[in-house]
Design a binder for this molecule. Structure first.
Ligand code: IRN
Ligand code: FE2
Length: 638
């Protein structure tokens, strides 16, 4: 999309419309029936003998055909009322648009229009403001009710069915309750184990939760191109990412129109928006890190908090005394924010102002309920540097800062690496939980090898799946352009889908009780040759359908009982079906005669059904011996 337009005269050109065979539905939580919690229902074909499947939906009103989208006005802001009715906030004169943002007439116009209906709120000191403070006082907020409903995927029925299918005494085996309740959400937030990034000035937000006892989330980074062109173009980057499943979006824009671009994105975003404020602070001093000051940084924090940014990456763990630890690294400091702060510390030979002013940063962020994403400025940028002293020294400091932020009433998550080979991933998760009091972990990948530029969504998707399984709460996507260039639209989609795979694989492995419902529905569709259902239940129906069309383009092929990979004669699923049909038609004696004795001395008698049961039992018995000795593996990992 390459639209240059005057926002006053051009209609919104962001991507709208439902995903294939999908319907937007809304659930009303029992505890607050006025809330409308969005879900996407995947509509199955008539051939399916099962109900439509509701799935988690990040896409916002853009996929609801009943909502008229006007990006120049922004989305409705129902959440502002929730904040106001709780009290403890005041409305005040916001800041004006910075003159340097007025380079583009349309931009300035749109930003002013937003500001007119956006008088910022800020918290008063003695009342609870943040979700953490409410949770600590035992209060359940609307945001907590909202996310509890959302995490249940509208699947009460499906969950009940899944539970009923378990054998006696079997359990899902994880610390995830079958149904997420608002009370459970509150308790997890109060323990610091989960956060709801939700600035009181982000009224457009559809709240979501980040924590390891909830669905694994993913973040997509977007950044502006050198020249900001139109509201639509900037907003569509966010809309496109959430369409495919991004749970949060970070605006990493740099350049002249940084404030305005962010305003556009926020006013149109149903997902939490994160930023790295040091990037804008650096713009304000002509890109010279040495000129950065605490005052200038603080000013930037207030500016962005007023706009409604939901979480800030703050690299406060890059301490003066750690910088020398990176000297012998293969790739030094690879974090943008980390390198800016390292340069400042060295130039002034002073402790980082982010560290020395951390208390004040907390007080400020608390007023707006901006969540901390404590940055990993010393993360390893290569396999060689993984898990080194610099990385872990910073992590220990992030743990210390977590406790300060909690004491100040703030919500906190912790950023993590980076580049880490598979056998060194688990220790990252374990150490993070220990050092940071179980605050949610949010990692960039990690990339499990350095040898595949052009494929780093895959090198990192592997690490992301692993660390998600171990308990990482949010995975920051990596696109195929990582290390190479600015991702385009296709790269963003590829990155998001890759990370949805990693996150979902982690949810399955963690034993989330609802995760497998979609796999099962898709597998049934596959086995029953319901091709359209198979496409539509997938993460990317368009690509699945296009691939199928490449060799079997006709409508008739969408009911065929084979695909072009094996052809009609060699389709295993077709053959299985034939075997079952054949077996069903046999008499008992014929069945017994067919399979009197099994292989390897395993005697199988009776009907085929009995035989199958016996084989299943045998395989279960073998289960533990087909794997290596668990103790030996543990030992060798040390
Ligand atoms: C996530 C985990 N570790 C780093 N990230 C993301 O990397 C962070 O949230 C931000 O979106 C991006 C750039 O961070 P640096 O390079 O400034 O550290
Ligand atoms: Fe990298």
């Amino acid at each position: 999309m390459n639209i240059r337009s005057n926002p006053e005269t051009t209609r919104a050109a962001v991507t709208t419309g439902a995903l294939p065979s999908s319907k937007k539905i809304y659930a009303n939580p029992t505890a607050a029936p006025e809330l409308r919690v969005p879900l996407r229902e995947i509509i199955l074909s008539e051939a399916a003998s099962e109900p439509n499947l509701p799935v988690y939906d990040t896409s916002g009103p853009y996929t609801d055909p009943n909502v008229v989208i006007d990006v120049n006005k922004g989305l409705p802001r129902p959440r502002t009322e929730w904040v106001k009715e709780r009290g403890g906030v005041e409305q005040y004169e916001g800041r004006d648009i910075k003159p340097e943002d007025n380079g583009n007439v349309g931009a300035a116009h749109a930003a002013k229009a937003f500001t007119a209906h956006h008088q910022p709120l800020r918290g008063l000191s003695d009342a609870p403001i943040t979700q953490y403070e409410f949770a600590k006082r035992g209060i359940i907020t609307k945001e907590m009710i909202y996310v509890a409903e959302r995490e249940n995927l509208g699947r009460k029925q499906q969950l009940e069915r899944a539970e009923a299918a378990l054998a006696d005494g079997e359990s899902f085996g994880a610390a995830v309750p079958a149904f997420i309740t608002p009370e459970f959400v509150r308790d997890e937030i109060a323990r610091g184990r989960a956060i709801i990034p939700a600035n009181i000035n982000h009224g457009e937000l559809e709240p979501m939760i980040i924590g390891r006892n909830f669905l694994t989330k993913i973040n997509a980074n977007i950044g502006n191109s050198a020249v900001t062109s139109s509201v639509e173009e900037e907003v569509d980057k966010m809309v496109w990412a959430i369409r495919w499943g991004a749970d949060t979006v970070m605006d990493l824009s740099t350049g002249r129109n940084i404030h305005t671009t962010r305003e556009w994105i926020l006013r149109n975003s149903p997902v939490p928006i994160g930023t790295v404020p040091i990037y804008q602070a650096l713009e304000k001093c002509e890109g010279d890190p040495v000129k950065l000051t605490w005052e200038l940084y603080k000013d930037t924090l207030i500016e962005q908090a007023e706009q409604g940014v939901d979480y800030f990456t703050i690299h406060a763990g890059v301490r003066l005394q750690y910088i020398h630890l990176t000297a012998s690294r293969v790739t030094g400091i690879v974090s943008r924010g980390g390198s800016i702060m390292a340069k400042w510390c060295l130039a002034h030979h002073k402790e980082s102002f982010l560290y020395t002013h951390f208390d004040e940063i907390c007080d400020l962020m608390r007023k707006y309920d901006v969540s901390f994403s404590l940055g990993d400025g010393l993360r390893p940028g290569s396999i060689a540097d993984a898990n080194d002293r610099a990385q872990f020294a910073e992590l220990e400091t992030l743990g210390e800062l977590t406790k300060i932020a909690w004491d100040k009433g703030c919500q906190v998550m912790i950023e993590g690496p980076g580049h880490v080979p598979m056998h060194k991933i688990k220790i990252n998760m374990d150490k993070q939980l220990k050092e940071c009091g179980e605050a949610p972990f949010y990692t960039l990948g990690p990339l499990t090898t350095d040898i595949a530029p052009g494929y780093d969504h895959i090198t990192s998707g592997i690490g992301a799946a692993m660390i998600g399984w171990f308990g990482c709460a949010m995975l920051c996507y990596v696109t195929p352009k990582e290390h190479l260039g600015l991702p385009d639209r296709n790269d963003v989609k590829t990155g998001v889908i890759t990370y949805k795979i990693a996150a979902h694989a982690a949810d399955l492995a963690k034993g989330h009780p609802a995760a497998q419902l979609r796999d099962d529905a898709l597998s049934r569709a596959r086995f029953e040759f319901r091709w359209q259902d198979q496409f539509n239940l997938g993460l990317d129906p368009d690509t699945a359908q296009a691939f199928h069309d490449e060799t079997l383009p006709k409508d008739a092929h969408k009911v065929a009982h084979f695909c072009s990979m094996c052809g009609p004669k060699f389709c295993s699923m077709k053959i299985t079906q034939d075997v079952r049909d054949y077996a069903a038609g046999l008499g008992d004696n014929e069945k017994a005669a067919l399979y009197p004795v099994g292989h390897a001395g395993m005697t199988i008698s009776g009907t085929i059904e009995d035989g199958m049961a016996q084989m299943s039992a045998k395989f279960k018995e073998m289960g533990s011996s087909v794997y290596l000795d668990a103790e030996k593996v543990k030992e060798s990992n040390k």
